[in-house]
Design a binder for this molecule. Structure first.
Ligand code: NDP
Ligand code: 8X3
Length: 255
């Protein structure tokens, strides 16, 4: 098993859901943590909870490129050599048909899930390449491979994340860097559906009714597993679903 105690792990979107679970999991393994998200109070709480390991937590909106550069430039020396970047920050907004969807929701998803993820990667990558050491784990989604009604732009951003991950792997072939795209399906216990339905708790709860969905801890486990393979092993993709979910939604509309 890899010794994480001399390794720095950066997690975007650590203030809730998967990001917080991934942070807790790596803290239990003794890693140094760089945590970010927009909600400063949540970051402070998590840093206090995980005080047994070195934690650098600071606010970052991944949609702001200048803020990303400033965040990376301000990393204290002890936290600057990131060996694992988990690009987790992201969101779905709305589940409306494309002709009815809110164009502002579309912009926010593209700016966060795609533009934010690629620009955080771009800011961290040069250091990893210079050290010839690093792993980028992106949090994609089954929505990037399997269409469903109302998934329109959310799924498109996650498809782009999958292809960006594969293209990164191609770019980095001559280095020891690794790239993984983790693609979870239905997952409960995070704020994902509350955010998707703009705070409608009843509608959010309905998504999981009668199911036993994945948990944030299941996703964190997959992240730790992919990151802990021997250095020559690159896990390119992990698609994971709860056993109550399956692909196979080809639609036929009969008039
Ligand atoms: P949560 O809503 O619980 O967490 C999302 C995290 O992203 C929060 O920490 C939030 O922090 C952060 N975030 C959102 N926008 C920004 C931004 N502009 N800048 C920085 N951070 C941001 O959702 P999940 O934990 O469920 O989702 C995490 C990732 O997993 C997302 O990429 C999501 O698309 C993906 N996913 C989720 C699935 C699910 O069913 N839950 C399944 C498959 C993939 P803050 O608000 O403080 O900025
Ligand atoms: C989250 C899973 O099915 O809501 O990415 O798109 S789904």
């Amino acid at each position: 098993m890899i010794d994480w105690t001399d390794r720095t792990v950066m997690i975007t979107g650590a203030t809730a859901g998967f990001g917080a679970a991934i942070a807790r999991r790596f803290a239990a393994l003794g890693a140094r943590l760089v945590l970010c998200g927009r909600r400063t109070e949540r970051l402070a709480e998590l840093a206090r909870e995980l005080a047994a390991v070195p934690v650098y937590a600071a606010p970052l909106d991944v949609r702001d490129r200048a803020a990303i550069d400033a965040f990376v430039a301000a990393l204290p020396p002890a936290f600057a050599a990131i060996v694992l970047l988990v690009n987790n920050a992201g969101l779905a907004l709305g589940l409306d048909r494309a002709d009815l969807a809110d164009p502002d929701d579309w912009d926010i998803m593209i700016d966060t899930n795609l533009k934010g993820l690629v620009q955080v990667t771009r800011a961290i990558l040069p250091g990893m390449v210079a050290r010839d050491r690093g792993h980028i784990i992106n949090i994609g989604s089954v929505a990037g491979s399997h269409p469903y009604p109302g998934g329109n732009v959310y799924g498109a951003t996650k498809a782009a994340v999958a292809q960006f991950s594969a293209n990164l792997q191609a770019d980095l072939i001559a280095t020891r860097l690794r790239v993984t795209n983790i693609e979870p399906g239905l997952c409960g216990g995070s704020e994902f559906s509350q955010v998707r339905f703009h705070g409608d708790a009843e509608r959010a709860a309905g998504v999981y009714q009668g199911t036993e969905p994945l948990t944030a801890e299941d996703v964190a486990e997959a992240v730790v597993w992919a990151a802990s393979r021997p250095p020559h092993v690159n896990i390119s993709r992990i698609e994971m679903m709860p056993d109550c979910q399956a692909p196979g939604g080809l639609a036929v509309y009969r008039r």
